[in-house]
Every structure is written in C-alpha cells, then in structure tokens.
Design a protein around this ligand. Structure first.
Ligand code: ZN
Length: 205
C-alpha cells in the first residue's frame, strides 16, 4: 500500500475498525429513531439543495461534537448533548436511507495539524476507553458515503456539515485514505473506491 503520510495507517485498530453502529434496546430506541427521522423530514422542507440529497446539516446544530462512550444506544445518543463522529455518521446514514437514498457508512483518515491533535487528545483523555482516533499527524474520522449515480459517490461529513471535496489532496483537513462498505467499486471524484478496502489517496505531487 502506498503511504500518503508517515502514519496514515499507523494504528492497527484503524485498519480493522468498521463504521460505528448504534445499539438498539427496543421500544425506547424505536421512538428515538422515529424522532430523529421526523426532525430530518421537517428540516428537509427548508433545505436549499436538491430535496433527495439534502444533507442533514441541522445535526451539528442540535448536537455538539465531543467524546462518546461506546457502545451507545439510539435512545442514549438522542439524549446526549455532545456526540462523536461515529454517532453523527450513524444519524446521517439513517436519515439518508429513510429518504430512499443509497448510503453507506464511511471511514476516512485525514491529515491534521499536530497542535490540533494535541488539543483533541487532551479532550478525549477524559474517556480513557474511547477509540484511539488520534495519530501523530493523522486522525480517524467517520462520514457518510452517498451514491449519486450508477458508480458515483459523494461523501458527506455530518460532524462538520459539509460535502467533502475529492480534489483537496494536501494539507490540514485533506483525506488520506477512505474505506466504505459499498457493494461494488465506485468513484469519488478522481478516486476509485473498492468495496470494504482502505483506499489511499495520493497527495498532490
Ligand atoms: Zn433505548
């Protein structure tokens, strides 16, 4: 595998991790999920982008981003004040799928500045058994992969409320590798993603 950064896949746990899923107790979690989808439907009516692919940008206004203690169930995640990127991605996935959009859990490894990582490490140290998503200059992050054509994907980051740009290939915030549970090989901009495999994205020469 080509190395896009010294520690792109530095953690074995990253290579082995699958996209986060929320636990489901029963009726309490059914209600929580129904509430989320009801909220999503009402927000869609005010969306400015095309209705079908309207992204749930409201999620990041409803929840702040912070450590989550896993495993977490639907009813607990809905009640939480802050959630991590795994919960954001699970929420977005459920919302896209409820609209009939073909969507998949996605994982990215992203370049990040060392001082930013140091700050995040301090915040996450309060949750000692949390997934170690922080590397030296690379972080693990979860997103939502949306099929928009026969073999074309777009990638939505519900934590930040943005569609990722496939052309941004260097510097802070650039995606270095992507993995998605897609049913077949598909493209994201100029990149070809293979089902279930980490695909490294070469930085600009
Ligand atoms: Zn529950």
């Amino acid at each position: 595998m080509r190395s896009a950064a010294p520690d792109t896949l530095e953690r074995t746990a990253w290579a082995q991790a699958s996209a986060s899923t929320l636990a489901h107790h029963g009726a309490c979690c059914d209600h929580a999920r129904a509430w989320l989808l009801g909220m999503a439907r009402s927000h869609d009516f005010t969306a400015t982008d095309a209705f079908t692919y309207a992204a749930p940008g409201w999620l990041r206004h409803r929840w702040s981003w912070g450590p989550t203690r896993w495993p977490i169930a639907w009813c607990e995640a809905i009640r939480a004040k802050s959630v991590d990127c795994g919960v954001f991605a699970a929420f977005a996935l459920e919302i896209f799928r409820a609209k009939g959009v073909e969507a998949y859990g996605g994982q990215v490894l992203r370049a990040a500045a060392e001082e930013t990582i140091t700050h995040w490490r301090r915040r996450w140290s309060a949750v000692p058994d949390a997934f170690n998503w922080l590397g030296g200059r690379v972080i693990y992050h979860e997103v939502c992969v949306v099929r928009v054509g026969p073999t074309e994907l777009r990638i939505y980051d519900p934590t930040e409320g943005v569609w990722l740009e496939p052309e941004l290939r260097a510097g802070h915030g650039a995606q270095l590798a992507i993995r998605a549970e897609i049913p077949q090989a598909m493209t994201w901009g100029p990149h070809v993603l293979v089902s279930g495999q980490w695909t490294e994205i070469a930085p600009d020469a």
